[in-house]
Ligand binder design. Structure first.
Ligand code: MHO
Length: 246
């Protein structure tokens, strides 16, 4: 067998093994598949948040139970067809597609508040600029109410500085360029190898890629981070073939 073919088989095999191991766990109760649109879109809800660099924002939400897919993109501004180097007045944002039976908007808001510093002005962490501002995008009156209540409660935690987060009705969300999708995962060739060679399109829609993107950035909730860690070590220990002889 040509070595290219063997590598391909190996990658496919590893994909199946890693997927089935990850799927076997209750924590990953959403069916994990690399096939696009694994849950019917009608049963999913979407939410959009801006909380600094979208590389990190995608990772924050990607490995929560109930989050099916994430997309990095631009929102909150008026520029038509923004791009990374010319995003105009948009903020780097993340589109979160979630199963409302497993996680709700209120819980997503909690993750939003605990995952960045909403009191930082004109930037987030080391990143400076308007594109890193904090925004909760809402869809309808109920989400706007929940967002406003959560902001009030965040403000009451300390009166010595102002919570800068904006609350806006979502207008357009523009997905960012492919190289910005699941950026944290793309930085880790070993993890990419574990899930096989996905096409860019499958990669963007894959639930497993979203989870591993969070894991790669070490931004999963600690329990999930440890569980994925253990599973990856197990795969490497038990399954990875080692060439001992020729
Ligand atoms: N601190 C990041 C910002 C990237 S971002 C997607 C960097 O490494 O440049 O805007």
């Amino acid at each position: 067998m040509a070595s290219g073919e063997r590598n391909l088989l190996l990658l496919n095999f590893l994909t199946v093994v890693s997927l089935s191991i990850l799927c076997a766990d209750k924590a990953f109760s959403i069916r994990i598949s690399t096939a696009p649109r694994e849950l019917s879109d009608q049963s999913l809800k979407t939410a959009v948040f801006a909380l600094g660099s979208f590389w990190r924002s995608e990772a924050v939400f990607g490995c929560l139970n109930g989050v099916v897919r994430t997309t990095a993109g631009y929102a909150g501004g008026s520029k038509i067809n923004p791009a990374y180097r010319s995003l105009g007045d948009h903020a780097e944002s993340v589109l979160v597609e979630y199963d409302p039976k497993e996680i709700n908007f209120r819980q997503l808001l909690e993750i939003f508040w605990s995952s960045h510093d909403p009191r930082q002005v004109f930037g987030q962490g080391p990143d400076v600029g308007n594109q890193y501002r904090s925004i909760i995008f809402t869809n309808g009156a109920e989400e706007a109410r929940l967002a406003a209540m959560s902001k009030e409660s965040e403000q009451t935690k300390s009166r010595s500085s102002i919570v800068t987060t904006q609350i806006q009705q979502l207008g357009s969300f523009y997905p960012a360029e492919p190289e910005h999708q699941k950026f944290e995962l793309k930085r880790q060739p070993m993890l990419l190898q574990l899930i096989g060679n996905l096409s860019e399109d499958d990669h963007e829609k894959s639930n497993l890629a979203a989870k591993l993107n969070g894991y790669a950035a070490e931004l999963c909730p600690p329990k999930i981070q440890r569980r994925i860690d253990a599973k990856i070590s197990e795969i490497i220990r038990k399954v990875w073939p080692v060439l001992r002889d020729v």
